[in-house]
Structures are given as C-alpha cells and as structure tokens.
Design a protein. Structure first.
Length: 426
C-alpha cells in the first residue's frame, strides 16, 4: 500500500518538500548545511543539459526532409517568444500598479545597505547588441559545451544539423552514433531523477531555515501578488493558447505533474528540461520542433521571469517613494524587453538581470533591491514553474502552428491512452 502511494515521483517530491519545510521551521540550523543537496542535483542536470540539447537539435534537423521547415519553425518561434514575453511583462506591470504592494513602506534608499546586492550588480555585463550577437558565436565548440553556453551550443548544433542534412546518406553513421548517445543521456537522466526528492528536501530546508517565514510575511503582499499573477497568466493566457492549439491545459499540466513538482522543490526550470523534451516528443510534437523550440525558449521566452521583472522593479520604486510617470514605466518595459532575453532558468539569474535593468535606468535605486533579498528565493518557485509551463505550452502551440503536432496522439496521451513505456523513468 505504501509503495503504491509513495511510488510516483511527484508524491515523493511533495513529501520531501513538506519534510524540508518542517526542518527549516523547527531546526533552522540544520537547513543551511543541507543546501548542497539541491545544488548538487541541479549541477547533475546541468552536466547533461548541453549534450542533450546538442544531440536533440542535431538529430531533429538532420532528419528534416526539407530545410525550409527549419527556417519556418525558427521564425515563428521567435515571433511567439517575443509576443508572449512582452505580454508577460505588461501583465506584471499592470498588476503591480493596481495592487501597489510597495506603497506605504516609505523606505529611504540612503538607509539601505547596498553591499548585500553589490555581488549581483558586479555580475552584470553592459554589453551592446553587437557584443550580444558576437557572444552567441563560441570561441570553440568544446568551450561552449564546457561552460554550458546554451545559445552557443544551439548555434553549432543548428549548423551541424544543416550540414548533416545536406550530406544525406554519407551522414548516416554519425546520425546513428548521435542517436545512441542521446538514448544513453536520457538513461542517465532517469538515474539522476531518482535523487529529485532528496534535492527538494535540501533546497526547501535551506530556504526556510535561512530566511524563515518572518521575512516572507514581512513582504507577503509582494509574494502573494507574484503568485497570483503567475497563476492568472497560466490559467488565462496559456490556457487560451492551449485551447486554440487544441488541447486541455489541465490535462497537459497533469501529464507534466512530475516535472512541475520537481521545479517546485528545486526552483529551477533547467532541472527538468531533458524530461520535458522527452515528454513533448511522446505527446505528439515532432523531434525537430522540440529540439529547436525548448532550448531557445529558455533564453527567449521566460514568462515567469518577465512577470517578476516588472513587478519587482515597480515595487522597489513604490517602496522607496520613487515617482514613475507613465513614460518612465514604458521605458522600464522597453529595457526589460531586451534585458529579459537570455535569462537562465537557474535560481538567482532573475536578480542579476533586475540589477542590470535598474542600473541602466538610473532612476530606481539599485540599493532598493535589498528589500527583495529576503523573499526573492520564495518567488523563484513561481518564476520557474511559470517558465516551465510557458515553454511547454509554447512548444505545443508552435508545433500546431507549423503542422508538426499529432493531434490524435495528443488526445490519446493526455487521456491516458499512451504507451507508458515511452515516458521517462520514474
């Protein structure tokens, strides 16, 4: 009986999250030393992330019968990413102005300790657009893989896939080797995923033990606003896209429940990318679309991050009584439309990008980010889950848009009629 109840991975993760919260509340000193459990799990996944992206993209393109399909998918994906991420920024901006979570705090920026955010500001690179484009080109393929520079890996993978497509039969041996390598990598993912409950336990114990519920309650309005906005975005915006694309959002989320609970525990959308890619292929998306859209979506379609950016930026202004005109807020929106691109799915990246945005604006005090330090980690889960759902729904929508979605297969799998052996190891 207990094996049947605790068998599913998402149940194990939920139990681990509850246990981690209990340790953080009742034995906070034990929480700090448990942080490496979560960090180690994410490092294991990141170890596999670049080679999985590489093999998936190369194989997806190499198996295309017409290279025009590549350009068609890529262009439509970029249009979709830009529209959705901009919409997420606007939603966050509207909600934070309506709810005003920072109003009445009357914080004097001069009294804030900027030292605690200097490390984030130091991590900001003020690159021009030309620098950004040049940075997408790797110094070497090995360097890109070693440093997990996904956009660089993606560029080389696309070029190699195109080259193998043009070589046709001569490329068959290398395609076969990459196919075996890909299956081996997914087998390793299955092994690593068995550690997910342990990772969720360590991550939650550290978060609650280090920051406590006191800091969460002190800025609870901002946290509640963030979660409510992400929930509304998923239900209304992504739900509408799912309906237009011909599938039920609720059934789709139920299908991805294991991955979503892992994201909840680790606060990292990267921690489930390999599993999500495999499940999207299983549900009926073509491999070529999944291989191209999911990795690029991490960088160009971070819906949860975008909601956070506008809400956090305006919250700091409200809390420090910094008056922002409509024109100022439109500038914030415009800057974030650029700086939000390339956001990683790992906890903390959002804080660095926000520091870059505030520093470039020069009006909202960067020192005000100190107010977010205590609760930023609690909002990471909302950002990561929204990013994951947004990327998965976006892949389904783009696959439908380009005619690469097997709608009959989608209904069969989401209704529970698919072959369970095709799904990832639990």
């Amino acid at each position: 009986m207990s094996k049947r109840i605790l068998g599913p991975l998402y149940v194990q993760v939920l139990v681990a999250v509850a246990a981690g919260i209990a340790v953080g509340v009742f034995a906070p000193r034990l929480g700090g030393p448990l942080k490496p459990l979560g960090d180690g799990f994410i490092k294991l996944i990141k170890m596999l992330f670049a080679p999985i992206v590489f093999t998936t993209v190369v194989l997806g393109i190499a198996r295309l019968e017409n290279l025009r399909d590549l350009g068609r998918v890529g262009l439509r994906a970029l249009v979709y990413f830009e529209v959705l991420s901009t919409f997420a920024l606007v939603v966050g901006l509207v909600v934070v102005n309506v709810l005003g979570p920072g109003r009445g705090m009357n914080v004097d920026p001069a009294t804030l300790d900027r030292k605690s955010v200097e490390s984030y500001a130091a991590a900001v690179r003020h690159d021009s657009f030309a620098d950004f484009v040049l940075n997408v080109i790797p110094t070497s393929v090995v360097d890109a893989l070693a440093r997990n520079e996904i956009l660089q890996v993606l560029l080389f993978s696309i070029l190699l896939g195109v080259a193998l497509t043009r070589l046709r039969d001569r490329a068959a041996p290398l395609v076969s080797v990459l196919d075996v390598l890909q299956h081996a990598l997914f087998a390793i993912v299955g092994m690593v995923m068995r550690l997910a409950p342990l990772a969720a336990f360590g991550a939650m114990a550290f978060t609650v033990g280090t920051y406590g519920f006191g800091s969460l309650l002190a800025l609870g309005k901002l946290v509640a606003s963030m979660y409510a906005t992400c929930l509304l975005f998923v239900i209304i915006v992504l739900g509408t896209i799912a309906r237009i694309s011909g599938f039920s959002l609720w059934k789709f989320l139920r299908y991805l429940k294991d991955e979503l609970f892992i994201v909840l525990g680790t606060a990292s959308s990267e921690s489930v990318v390999p599993q999500v890619m495999r499940k999207l292929e299983h549900v009926g998306c073509s491999k070529s679309v999944v291989g191209l859209v999911v990795p690029s979506g991490l960088a160009f379609n971070p819906d949860g991050q975008c909601i956070y950016y506008t809400m956090a930026a305006v919250f700091v202004a409200q809390a420090t009584n910094t008056r922002l005109t409509l024109a100022d807020q439109l500038v914030v929106l415009g800057v974030l439309m650029v700086t939000s691109k390339g956001s990683a799915g790992v906890t903390g990246s959002g804080f660095i990008t926000l520091a870059a945005t505030l520093a470039s604006l020069g009006k909202i005090p960067v020192s005000g980010m100190v107010l977010l330090l205590g609760v930023d980690r609690f909002m990471s889960e909302a950002r990561a889950i929204t990013n994951t759902i947004g990327n998965a729904v976006g892949t389904m929508a783009i696959a439908r848009w380009v005619g690469a979605l097997d709608r009959v297969r989608v209904q069969q799998v989401l209704d529970g009629a698919g072959d369970p052996e095709d799904t990832p190891i639990r």
